[in-house]
Design a protein around this ligand. Structure first.
Ligand SMILES: CC(=O)SCCNC(=O)CCNC(=O)[C@H](O)C(C)(C)COP(=O)(O)OP(=O)(O)OC[C@H]1O[C@@H](n2cnc3c(N)ncnc32)[C@H](O)[C@@H]1OP(=O)(O)O
Ligand SMILES: O=C([O-])CC(=O)C(=O)O
Length: 457
């Protein structure tokens, strides 16, 4: 019942009705109401107080400070992420999967994030075709990526490739010609669509160059979804289960409200009117930090070191010992803790549920190790007493299934995250321009100034 009512508010077109609007037309329809909402907020509530700014915010990474506008998703500390009000389970129920598949696909998630509506099947398929049409890499990007040393981290290569695509930015060219502010969003959308469409080919080329030099890369199939094509280009297209896992992975990593380091970086850089390619490349370099997206590679590295040290007989007791060893040596346990969440990440749970449906995954030692670690790590972290959230985040689980299916090069895992995070970051770039949001410029303070201010209050 609840889901149906959420859906009613989200979707003006019931899913069975074969609407064939383009995503641009669907967006055009919803922009005026959002612009009016922002105008109303400015006119009527500009001076309303949303919270206090405390010294702990200024020196504590702004944790918990309500200070950003972000439309597509909101994160609840206990329930986790909702995309325009829909939980992951809601999305699994209402978003169109690939033909022959069950999992959410990137196109339907992108449509939901961007327009706030659930796309019809016809709309989803036409978006897949549009992205496939735009998906080829320009020659200069191919040459650039092929010229990079294979020892360069795949995330560095991804960020470089994305930044270099600004050579073709429609927004940058239009700005140079001279356009009105009201036209910013439409050129931004054009760049975002091209970038999203090309990410699989770019990411797959990096994979091929680093791990399978010289191997041919599949051509883009215009009848396949974005991630189906990505899987093909990686060389895993014949593995239906892995392709489905990649679809789920990429859909649920797509957005995590605005304050996470990658989304926030893209928003900040975009606020200077840097084009979407430059803005998103900056986001990728934030994602490449081990406290953020790179944690998914760190989880595998940490697990393998544990396996080496413990051997094949892994018990709860010796996992506990290894956790304490990590903590006592001053390192973090990768895949655990979170800046906002205070319970197990529903993305972690969704990936675990995927494993539950496949008996062969449940027998896999790497997947079993994730589960056994989850059995004991929260209590160890609680006893350690530092982290505010002793539970797993998505990175604790995302890599082990890839590993099982033969995508074992874990330095590549954050690249897959980088293909995904574009869904939310690019959505917000379009909205920031449609709403005319200003350049970000918070006020900073020195410690002397803080002390003076504190004494005077
Ligand atoms: C997709 C994502 O980005 S999800 C996050 C992925 N990152 C990781 O999994 C890396 C491990 N986790 C962490 O480092 C942290 O939990 C973060 C970065 C995710 C969040 O950081 P914060 O919001 O600062 O966490 P919190 O307020 O709980 O930190 C308090 C203390 O606990 C420590 N702590 C937090 N998580 C952990 C952990 N997993 N292992 C050990 N210590 C931890 C912090 O380092 C901090 O220590 P300090 O007081 O000595 O500086
Ligand atoms: O929300 C955060 O801070 C980190 C995270 O889980 C994400 O970006 O997906």
């Amino acid at each position: 019942m609840f889901r149906r009512s959420v859906l009613k508010s989200l979707s003006s077109t019931p899913r069975r009705y074969a609407s064939t609007k383009s995503i641009r037309e669907a967006l055009e329809e919803v922009i005026p109401a959002k612009q009016a909402q922002l105008k109303r907020l400015k006119a009527e509530h500009s001076q309303a107080v949303l919270g206090d700014v405390k010294v702990e915010h200024v020196i504590g990474g702004m944790r918990g400070l309500k200070s950003m506008l972000w439309e597509a998703s909101v994160l609840d500390p206990n329930e986790g992420i909702r995309f325009h009000g829909l939980t992951i389970a809601d999305c699994q129920e209402v978003l169109t999967p690939a033909p022959g598949g069950k999992e959410i696909i990137a196109e339907s998630m992108f449509w939901l994030l961007l327009t706030g509506k659930v796309p019809t099947e016809a709309e989803t398929r036409s978006l897949s075709q549009e992205l496939a049409r735009r998906g080829e890499l320009p020659d200069y990007i191919v040459k650039l990526i092929d010229s990079l040393p294979p020892t360069l981290h795949p995330m560095t290569q991804l960020g470089m490739g994305v930044a270099a695509m600004n050579h073709d930015s429609t927004f940058a060219a239009a700005y140079e010609r001279g356009i009105k502010k009201s036209e910013y969003w439409t050129h931004t959308l054009e760049d975002c669509m091209n970038l999203l469409a090309r990410l699989p080919a770019l990411a797959a080329r990096i994979y091929r160059n680093v791990y399978n030099p010289g191997k041919p890369i599949s051509v883009i199939d215009h009848n396949l979804d974005l991630v189906g094509n990505y899987s093909n280009m990686l060389g895993f297209g014949s593995n239906h289960d892995l392709t489905e896992y990649l679809r789920l992975y990429i859909a649920i990593h797509g957005d995590h409200e605005g304050g996470n380091a990658s989304a926030h970086t893209s928003h900040l850089v975009g606020s200077t009117l840097s084009d979407p390619y430059l803005s998103y490349s900056a986001a990728l370099f934030a994602l490449a930090g081990p406290l953020h997206g790179l944690a998914n590679q760190e989880v595998l590295r940490w697990q393998q070191n544990m396996q080496k040290e413990i051997g094949s007989e892994i018990t709860h007791e010796n996992i506990k010992e290894y956790l304490w060893k990590t903590l006592n040596s001053g390192q973090v346990v990768p895949g655990y803790g979170h800046g906002v969440l205070r319970s197990p990440d529903p993305r972690f749970i969704a990936l675990q549920k995927f494993c539950d449906t496949k008996p062969e995954l449940l027998k896999d030692p790497t997947i079993q190790l994730v589960r056994k670690t989850y059995d004991v790590a929260p209590d160890v972290l609680k006893e350690h007493g530092k982290t505010k959230n002793p539970y797993p985040n998505v990175d604790a689980a995302s890599g082990c299934v890839l590993y099982h299916y033969g995508l074992t090069q874990f330095k590549y895992y954050t690249v897959i995250f980088g293909v995904s995070r574009a869904l939310g970051a690019l959505t917000q770039l379009v909205w920031a321009r449609a709403l005319g949001l200003p350049i970000e410029r918070p006020k900073s303070l020195s410690m002397d100034t803080i002390e003076k201010l504190v004494k005077s209050t």
